[in-house]
Design a protein around this ligand. Structure first.
Ligand SMILES: Nc1nc2c(c(=O)[nH]1)N[C@H]1C(S)=C(S)[C@@H](COP(=O)(O)OP(=O)(O)OC[C@H]3O[C@@H](n4cnc5c(=O)[nH]c(N)nc54)[C@H](O)[C@@H]3O)O[C@H]1N2
Ligand SMILES: Nc1nc2c(c(=O)[nH]1)N[C@H]1C(S)=C(S)[C@@H](COP(=O)(O)OP(=O)(O)OC[C@H]3O[C@@H](n4cnc5c(=O)[nH]c(N)nc54)[C@H](O)[C@@H]3O)O[C@H]1N2
Ligand code: SF4
Ligand SMILES: [Mo]
Length: 757
């Protein structure tokens, strides 16, 4: 595909007017050559940006090469087959230590979304008539700088903010975080990882002293009891599930989920607790374990603090009380505890059913506590294991420079700022001394008139953020909204004043960090269409146009940034100074952090805490706990049902900007929005299978097709997040410590479409 073909073939719907008036882009590189000054030209015309030069210098035009998948956090290795320098097909890599030859439907179809007709191929600027029209990069970048600087001049530096992502490569995230905070003077920047991982981060930091998921995927194969809490592994992490299926110990698989999910159906025991009663449940299980003496006093004594206070705290969580709160029988509770006790290698895994909760941090810690008190950590097949979501959620946690200073440092600590400034060779004064607002507070900042300009990169909040109608109204109040995405048609891009066209996964290089802390390599095996640029190049250009390019002299290529990240990590728990560079990552099938200089690890599948040493100053892990809190929006007579939301199928990815572009994937999931509801509720309301129904919350009403199924209990319904309108219903409640949204419980009612009121 030539660049001009691509820009002709694709077009943003809003830009069709503009297309008639502005000249059709010529060969993109010529155009950029003419329009930009020397520095820009040098940057943009780095060989390979529009062709297969730089990264594929290592590649031959007809070879096969491994690229880490760009969808979920499993981080599978995909073998991409090149012909004449273009990716034509892929197949899972049989030697990659993560997937061992397997891939899920999204992985198999990963190249298709690159070729979609609605790719953003030129920058688009909203004109006086309110339409997005094509402009050249030079105009786009000048406008970007002029508008944001004008806002800062009028309302102060803190009046512009950015929202980043867990879906671009680490080197790009790091560049963005440094550029925005050190170069452009922004204080506030957060990521979509707030929607996803913030709870696990806070829970680990408090308990272990560092945000450190301790496991390796081999633990799925080595456990004899696997506890999955609020995790629909079969759908959300199919290849991790496959790893679990390779377990030869005939493990007990205990699933804690209000719904009878695909994973629950495949489990040996399913605990269909009442939504958001997890904290009470796990305190209740701890109570039984302590009562029966089924704990590991030696481990507790040697490696933990605050157990006695925890023991006193759970004394009240009697089986009777816990049974009442969770809806599980006392016999179920006893059997749960017994299975944990009988296990020699028990692993506890959690995902969004825990993190997305008004008290998610404490729930995550209640699982960490169970692992600590039974000594199930640091040995094969054990652990308190948070599974991440997006391909680079872990990269964002370590290196995005949003909520924390690079590599686990703290913005508020002078010694940390001094250290980071020294490593980066920048003045200490450019590093903010305060923490950013969290995502929801940035949104609230728009309401309060404090945030006037917003730069959104590789996330689609107009679909994915909680309480959507409110957000839509607030996005409309911004003086300047820039959206940087690979498509010009996302719900958020359609609201932008300026759209910056980004290259996609596999059209650029860099690294992702998967759930087991493995740093894997992404390579450029396809050309970005039209004038779309790698996010990395967009950041370089912004730095030049903003006038802070000096700070980023060394940030010349993704691999140069990887070398900077190594220096930032030195001496930290996430030390990666022992990784030479991309070639080493490629040869080893990815490398897990930590990998300090001089490290000689015998295996490529490592877990943490084998020595029982944690990262807190006393090197001990801490029992953290708190009384359970009320549900933010309990059901009542008017809104008698609890709405659960989450992933619908293994073929749908989030807001569907990518997966809906594949005809193969489209056949694997329902096209129209649907609601799972129980036969009991369906009968009570008079609803038939497949009928359109109305779901109403206090925020909004939506229509969905009824899917009557026993997988949800009476009183609960489930709507997948992949359909645009789901988040019109959700209620904006947040965990008080992590500020992660509680997407998975709010009060709703359902009625037949023709009934009113
Ligand atoms: N196919 C596909 N895979 C994906 C994604 C995708 O969009 N599509 N997204 C990726 C991302 S970013 C993420 S974060 C992960 C998410 O992976 P998961 O967390 O596994 O997926 P979800 O469906 O959001 O939520 C898991 C389960 O939590 C349950 N749940 C709801 N409320 C509660 C509760 O109160 N307690 C308990 N114990 N459980 C509850 C839900 O019923 C649901 O089955 O998936 C990743 N993988
Ligand atoms: N109701 C409900 N809502 C939820 C959830 C839930 O369970 N229930 N889950 C939440 C969770 S865990 C998550 S992680 C979020 C996900 O929410 P989002 O982050 O909004 O979802 P995506 O669709 O993955 O958005 C990624 C965007 O980046 C673009 N993109 C992809 N690759 C690139 C790239 O390389 N560069 C650039 N510039 N753009 C790129 C895509 O086209 C897309 O528009 O949703 C949250 N929302
Ligand atoms: S499981 Fe995740 S990483 Fe593996 S192929 Fe599927 S989407 Fe890609
Ligand atoms: Mo997520």
């Amino acid at each position: 595909m030539t660049t001009s073909d691509a820009s002709d073939a694709s077009d943003a719907s809003d830009a069709s007017d503009a297309k008639k008036t502005s000249p059709a882009p010529k060969q993109a590189d010529n155009l950029l050559l003419q329009r930009n000054g020397p520095l820009t030209r040098e940057l943009l015309l780095t060989p390979g940006e529009f062709g297969l030069g730089r990264v594929p210098a290592r590649l031959k035009p007809d070879q096969t090469t491994t690229v880490v998948c760009g969808f979920c956090s499993t981080g599978c290795g995909l073998n991409v087959h090149l012909k004449d320098g273009e990716a034509i097909n892929l197949s899972p890599n049989t030697d990659y230590p993560v997937n061992l030859g397997m891939a899920c439907p999204k992985g198999w179809e990963a190249l298709t979304p690159l070729r979609a007709t609605d790719r953003a191929t030129t920058p688009l600027l909203r004109n006086a008539r309110g339409k997005l029209e094509r402009v050249e990069w030079d105009v786009a970048l000048r406008t970007f700088v002029d508008r944001f600087k004008a806002i800062q001049e009028a309302h102060g530096k803190e009046s512009i903010a950015f929202i980043s992502t867990g879906q671009i490569v680490t080197e790009e995230m790091a560049f963005l975080g440094a550029l925005a905070k050190f170069g452009m003077g922004m204080l506030h920047g957060d990521g979509n990882t707030r929607q996803c991982m913030a709870t696990a981060v806070v829970a680990y930091k408090e308990a272990f002293g560092f945000d450190a998921p301790p496991y390796t995927y081999r633990d799925f194969e080595e456990s004899d009891v696997v506890v999955l809490v609020g995790s629909n592994l079969c759908i959300a992490h199919p290849i991790m599930w496959e790893r679990l299926c390779k377990n030869k110990n005939r493990p007990e698989i205990l699933v804690v989920d209000p719904r009878k999910t695909e994973t629950a159906m495949a489990a040996t025991a399913h605990y269909a607790l009442k939504p958001k009663s997890d904290l009470t449940l796990f305190y209740g299980i701890a109570h039984i374990l302590i009562q029966r003496g089924w704990i590991d006093p030696g481990y507790i004594e040697a490696h933990t603090v605050d157990f006695e206070a925890f023991k006193a705290h759970v004394a009240d969580f009697t089986p009777a009380r816990v049974s009442e709160a969770t809806g599980l029988s006392e016999a179920q509770l006893a059997s749960f505890a017994e299975k944990i006790h009988n296990g020699k290698r028990v692993s506890f895994w959690w995902t969004m059913g825990v993190n997305q909760s008004h008290e998610g941090v404490r729930v995550a810690q209640s699982l960490i506590n169970l692992a600590l008190m039974t000594g199930n950590i640091g040995r094969p097949g054990t652990g308190a294991n948070s599974i991440t979501g997006q391909c680079n959620a872990m990269g964002s946690r370590m290196f995005s420079n949003t909520t924390g200073l690079f590599a686990g440092h703290d913005f508020t600590k002078e010694e940390h700022r001094k250290k980071i400034a020294g490593i980066l060779g920048i003045p200490e004064e450019v590093i903010p001394t305060r923490n950013s607002l969290a995502y929801d507070q940035i949104i609230e900042g728009i309401l309060k008139g404090k945030i006037k300009g917003l730069w959104i990169i590789a996330t689609n909040p107009a679909h994915s953020w909680i309480n959507q109608e409110d957000l839509h109204e607030l996005l409309g109040r911004l003086e300047f909204l820039v959206v940087q995405d690979m498509y010009a048609t996302t719900e958020t891009a359609e609201r932008a004043h300026l759209v910056l066209p980004a290259a996609s996964w596999a059209e650029k290089e860099g690294t992702f960090i998967n759930s087991e802390r493995r740093i894997g390599l992404v390579k450029k095996v396809a050309r970005a269409p039209g004038q779309a640029l790698a996010d990395f190049h967009i950041f370089q250009l912004v730095a030049q146009y903003w006038g802070c390019g000096e700070l980023f002299k060394e940030w010349k290529s993704p691999e140069a940034v990887f070398q900077i990240l190594k220096r930032l990590s030195k001496g930290q728990p996430c030390d990666i100074t022992g990784i030479d560079g991309y070639t080493m990552l490629d040869e080893r099938g990815g490398i897990q952090w930590p990998y300090p200089e001089g490290a000689a690890f015998e295996t490529n599948e490592r877990r943490l805490f084998e020595d029982g040493q944690y990262y807190r100053p006393d090197q001990k892990a801490k029992f953290a706990f708190q009384a359970p809190r009320q549900l933010p929006e309990p059901t009542d007579e008017q809104y008698p049902l609890t709405l659960l939301t989450g992933r619908g199928s293994s073929s749908q990815w989030h807001t569907q900007t990518r997966t809906k572009k594949s005809a193969v994937l489209q056949r694997l999931y329902p096209k129209e929005i649907y609601v799972e509801l129980s036969p009991v509720d369906a009968k009570r309301i008079g609803i038939e299978m497949n009928e359109w129904v109305v779901i109403a919350s206090r925020r909004a009403e939506i229509k969905a097709r009824a899917f009557v199924t026993n997988s949800v209990k009476p009183g609960e319904i489930f709507v997948p997040m992949h359909y645009e309108i789901t988040n019109k219903l959700t209620f904006p409640a947040f965990d008080q410590y992590s500020r992660q949204p509680s997407y998975k419980a709010c009060a709703v009612k359902v009625r037949r479409e023709e009934d009113r009121g």
